[in-house]
Design a protein around this ligand. Structure first.
Ligand SMILES: NC(=O)c1ccc[n+]([C@@H]2O[C@H](COP(=O)([O-])OP(=O)(O)OC[C@H]3O[C@@H](n4cnc5c(N)ncnc54)[C@H](O)[C@@H]3O)[C@@H](O)[C@H]2O)c1
Length: 318
């Protein structure tokens, strides 16, 4: 298969590309990324280096906003499947850089969709997010409930889901993937676990939003990439949406206690609840588990330990 992975220097994109490159099927993978400086470029470049060892991988530094370059790329390579992971992520970035979300997640998404429509793409997978749900009272949250995003990030993902319904190519299937707090080795330094480890190493006070009284449905990267690989080969209806989550909400206070014990670091300060963040995420994963044959999610604390092990080795990249 000829596969395009956007955001392939990012956490999920690079991990998934590596999974495919190591699989028995010799897919041709093209990765694009704008290598922005939302977090460490060193880390992004190192993730890319892992991919560049493979002959069936090719990287192009392209921004989703560069329509002409996208056009040329699509003309040259006959993509059959697209995975769009490129986006401005990070809910906490919303207040300081709202325009980044408009640029990449609204306009960039539109560009990719427009260009891809001219070519016989079979499946167009795109990253959505648990942020589309906003605050809910009933858990686990299924894909069918109404969406009330609390910030422009969640809104951009909701827009992506609705936009494919309005702007599509007849023969392409569009599959939205609502990821829930993905973590693990080669992860994002702006997210809780790696951020805490980095503060501990640098002996910098760690500020805890909402005093840690919130919940996140943490999903381990190894599980995510396995799910994605299995999903890729399935048949789909025209438009589908899946929660990608472990259905296992973790109380942040409990996770922090574990991390403090592991690092012997206790310099934390509580902060008020940030109104743009959901209080709890907890997704139902019946739909995805029915679609693919996936046995068991990884043990949470064992996966946290692996993440700590990775940080110990690679913290110079952050
Ligand atoms: N990690 C999570 O927990 C999580 C949860 C929900 C949704 N998501 C979504 O999954 C996708 C991947 O997330 P991630 O954690 O790997 O994030 P990431 O920031 O590590 O990866 C995104 C990559 O896209 C690139 N990029 C951003 N804007 C671009 C543009 N305009 N053109 C080209 N490249 C661009 C970045 O340089 C980055 O390497 C994103 O769409 C994100 O919103 C992630």
């Amino acid at each position: 298969m000829n596969i395009l992975i956007t955001g392939c220097a990012g956490f999920i994109g690079s991990s998934f590309a590596l999974k495919l490159l190591n699989s028995e099927n010799k897919h041709n993978i093209v990765g694009i990324d704008n290598l922005n400086n939302f977090y460490s470029r060193k880390l992004k470049n190192k993730r890319l280096l892992r991919l560049k060892n493979y002959k069936n991988f090719k990287f192009y530094k392209i921004d989703l906003l560069e329509r002409k370059k996208l056009d040329t790329l699509f003309k040259k390579r006959k993509f059959e499947i697209i995975f769009n992971f490129a986006a401005q992520a990070g809910v906490r970035y919303v207040s300081s850089h709202p325009e980044k979300f408009i640029e990449s997640n609204f306009y960039g998404f539109h560009n990719l969709l427009e260009v891809s429509k001219k070519y016989p793409i079979l499946k167009f997978f795109y990253a959505s997010s648990s942020s589309v749900y906003g605050d809910k009272n009933n858990f686990p949250v299924s894909e069918e409930v109404k969406l009330y995003p609390k910030n422009i990030y969640g809104l951009s993902k909701k827009m992506n889901e609705e936009y494919v319904n309005l702007n599509y190519r007849e023969k392409t299937k569009y599959i939205g993937l609502r990821f829930f707090t993905v973590f693990g080795q080669w992860g994002r330094p702006d997210m809780l676990i790696l951020k805490f480890l980095d503060h501990a190493k640098k002996n910098k006070t760690f500020f805890v939003n909402n005093s840690g009284n919130h919940w996140r449905d943490f999903t381990y990267i190894d599980d995510v990439v396995e799910i994605l690989e299995k999903l890729m080969n399935k048949k789909f209806k025209k438009f589908e949406i899946y929660n990608i989550c472990s259905n296992r909400p973790i109380h942040i206070k409990e996770l922090l206690k574990y991390l403090m014990k592991k690092t012997n670091f206790e310099k934390i300060k509580n902060k008020k609840h940030n109104k743009i963040e959901a209080f709890k995420t907890h997704g139902q994963n019946k739909k995805i588990l029915k679609k693919i044959n996936f046995n068991k999610f990884s043990d949470f604390y064992n996966s946290v330990d692996k993440t700590i092990g990775w940080y110990d080795q690679y913290n110079y990249l952050i």
